[in-house]
Design a binder for this molecule. Structure first.
Ligand code: NAD
Ligand code: HE2
Ligand code: ZN
Ligand code: ZN
Length: 343
């Protein structure tokens, strides 16, 4: 078996080990991909810290925003060809026949596997991808720039659809990190008017650059008060923040009949004001990544030039420093690991 360089989590809360690992062999239905780039999602940090109720496998190669070229086909592969540029995804595979898979909700499949969490992902020079759940990268894409669409992009695109906010209506996006700064772009492309909320002014500046009309620094102000004053409450909210406080704040900023969608996954809970939620007739939804169809649509928005992730390329060896920057909210947009000598 030949070797590859990979960033491996061997224990929760421990630093990554960047070292040699076996290049995996594709089994039936799988393909071997040589990586060009991989986005770094905050979920990868949750995986490394083990701070969710469902723990990842160990040892683990995280990463679920990987883009690369198909180098080997497993038995029976028909959906992908040698030389194709494809991506992996959080939804690495699903059963295909349960009540959720049958009704367009494969993201809720209870037998799904998850890229960079329950199966090894894209923080290495090679990865295995289930050909049925591979993301097909549009012709002419920049592999480093499109990588964040594979999770951050498809997740916020689906989340914005779930807010049911119509063109011309207001949507608040709370948390302007890897997910949030791309959410601003999808919301604008979908005709929504955007209010951006974060606790760091540089993130709000990034939101304005991508089309937000109103920005609120939740560290210095009460976003609900500002939003009620300025626009009479928002029609919908998409929360991508990594602090529980942002989740409770969404309720006060939403107008009657509005919908709040949670993408963010910080550990912890938030106080839910029962009377306000009932009196205002609010809908609160959790939303997890997107289906294969959502991925196709999210990638089409990128291919149409509507989505341009802000990203910074770094070598795999920087992974521990990157996670430290992420822990302290110091990443502007998305970090993308480079395997092609661009970093
Ligand atoms: N539901 C899903 O399918 C899905 C998909 C991808 C990521 N996630 C989760 O979404 C979260 C965000 O991921 P990311 O990669 O964008 O993280 P990130 O670290 O890039 O960004 C997090 C942002 O939250 C901001 N923030 C922190 N406290 C805040 C507060 N009180 N109010 C407003 N903003 C605040 C930070 O300043 C930062 O801009 C993570 O928990 C991740 O696991 C969920
Ligand atoms: C419940 C886990 C959702 C994480 C999606 C990929 O970042
Ligand atoms: Zn992710
Ligand atoms: Zn299923």
């Amino acid at each position: 078996m030949s070797k590859m360089k990979a960033a491996i989590v061997e224990g929760f809360g421990e630093e990554f080990q960047v070292k040699d690992a076996e290049i995996p062999e594709p089994g039936p239905g799988q393909v071997l991909v040589k990586l060009i780039a991989s986005g770094v999602c905050h979920t990868d940090l949750h995986a490394a810290e083990g701070d969710w109720p469902v723990k990842p496998k160990l040892p683990l190669i995280p990463g679920h925003e990987g883009v690369g070229i198909v180098e080997k086909l497993g038995e029976g592969v028909t959906e992908v060809a040698l030389g194709d540029m494809i991506g992996n995804a959080w939804l690495a595979s699903a059963c295909g026949h349960c009540q959720y898979c049958r009704t367009g909700w494969e993201t809720l499949c209870e037998a799904q596997s998850n890229g960079g969490y329950s199966v090894d992902g894209s923080f290495g020079q090679y990865m295995l991808v289930d050909s049925r759940y591979a993301a097909h990268i549009p012709e002419g894409s920049d592999p480093h720039e499109i990588a964040p669409v594979l999770c951050a992009g498809v997740t916020v695109y689906k989340g914005l659809k779930m807010t049911e906010v119509k063109p011309g209506q207001w949507v608040a996006i709370s948390g302007i990190g890897g997910l949030g700064h791309i959410a601003v772009q999808y919301a604008v492309a979908m005709g929504m008017r955007v209010i951006a909320i974060d606790v760091a002014d540089d993130k709000l500046a990034l939101a304005s650059k991508h089309g937000a009309e109103i920005t609120v620094n939740a560290f210095a102000q009460d976003p609900a008060e500002i939003i009620q004053q300025k626009v009479g409450g928002t029609h919908g909210v998409l929360v991508t923040a990594v602090h529980p406080k942002a989740f409770g704040q969404a309720i006060g900023m939403t107008r009657r009949g509005g919908t709040i969608v949670f993408n963010g996954l910080p550990a912890g809970d938030f106080p839910a004001p029962i009377f306000d939620i009932v009196l205002k007739g609010l809908t609160i939804r959790g939303s997890i990544v997107g289906t294969r169809q959502d991925m196709i649509e999210a990638l089409e928005f990128y291919a149409a030039g509507k989505i341009k992730p802000t990203f910074h390329t770094r070598p795999l060896e920087d992974i521990n420093a990157v996670f430290d920057e992420m822990r302290h909210g110091k990443i502007d947009g998305r970090v993308v690991i480079d395997y092609a000598g661009r970093a």
